[in-house]
Design a protein around this ligand. Structure first.
Ligand SMILES: Nc1nc2c(ncn2[C@@H]2O[C@H](COP(=O)(O)OP(=O)(O)O)[C@@H](O)[C@H]2O)c(=O)[nH]1
Ligand SMILES: [Mg+2]
Length: 286
């Protein structure tokens, strides 16, 4: 039995969370087109007949601006202790540049094998992929480099095998049926937040947070927290249209998680400066 933890690093939006979901084979981390979607470390667990690969999906590296981003950066730093390898994710669709090098310098210093995933190769020409692989290979002394598409699943099997080969002999860290370390409350809160992120823009996504306060047989109730009255109006939408869309999109996934139909009640509430409030952050599990 091989088992261990591989930390997933890379710039915002390169597809780290999508890749973790693809490697696990189930949705454990939410994904959006907005930076800073991932606010806390999430363990995604991929099990095979003779391995347990634990992937630590992380917030991106950033300079802390408030209590929230300070905790996010602390999470990233702490996650690099006691790991068996790093999966450095790059986007083949963007120039491999200073942002990638900044992160690469930190991960190559850790003294564990670094596997590079050149993600988003779907619909790219072979010549372009080859150029990007050359650029990626200059980032440091990597263990292996895999072009993949988290979206189509291309190259994911080979990447998983590569990561498993880094793991030492070890025990099962999670029960076999468990795919992530998030509680049910947090999984539901994340699903609601994901839908809210896709439906908002500018500064609003950063100001949104979700707290689940009831999970019943028939009813799930969640608070969507924002920081100002104008953000609340945006999230509620004209005649409640936006919050209704959030509910329509989140409910089927919540029902799949719970295994039965539920009524999803969403309440949008202003909580000024929650991003600076340590007690709120504790409750949100950040
Ligand atoms: N075309 C394409 N888009 C992808 C792929 N992987 C992720 N994305 C998109 O990239 C965006 C950011 O993904 P996410 O996983 O949240 O990135 P993270 O911030 O690194 O965790 C989302 O819009 C994803 O749908 C891929 O393999 N191909
Ligand atoms: Mg993410």
């Amino acid at each position: 039995m091989r088992s261990g933890v591989v930390a997933v690093a890379g710039r915002p939006n390169v597809g780290k969370s999508t890749l973790v979901n693809a490697l696990v084979g189930e949705k454990v981390a939410i994904v959006s087109d907005k930076p800073q979607t991932t606010r806390r470390r999430i363990f995604g667990v991929a099990n095979g007949a003779d391995y347990q690969l634990v992937l630590a999906d992380l917030p991106g590296f950033q300079r802390p601006r408030d209590a929230l981003t300070e905790r996010m950066q602390h999470t990233v730093d702490a996650a690099f202790e006691g790991i068996d390898g790093v999966l450095l994710v790059l986007s083949a669709r963007e120039r491999i540049g200073a942002g990638d090098r900044f992160i690469a310098e930190r991960v190559f210093r850790l003294g564990v094998p670094v596997v590079i995933a050149l993600n988003k190769v779907d619909r790219l020409k072979a010549g372009h992929i080859a150029e990007q692989m050359t650029a990626a290979s200059r980032l440091g002394d990597f263990h292996a480099l895999h072009p993949v598409s988290a979206k189509t699943g291309d190259g994911i099997g080979a990447l998983r095998d590569e990561l498993v080969s880094l793991l030492p002999e070890g025990p099962l860290y999670f029960p076999e049926e468990q795919r992530s370390d998030l509680s049910l409350e947090l999984q539901i809160a994340e699903l609601v937040r994901e839908k809210a992120l896709w439906l908002t823009r500018d500064e609003v996504p950063h100001a949104i947070s979700v707290e689940v306060d009831e999970i019943g047989e028939k009813l799930v109730r969640a608070l969507i927290l924002v920081e100002t009255e104008s953000q609340k109006q945006i999230v509620v939408g004209r005649g409640g249209a936006v919050v209704k869309q959030i509910g329509t999109r989140a409910r089927p996934e919540i029902e799949a998680l719970l295994g039965h139909p539920v009524f999803l009640e969403l309440v949008v509430k202003v909580r000024p400066r929650w991003r600076r409030d340590e007690a709120t952050l504790d409750r949100l599990g950040v």
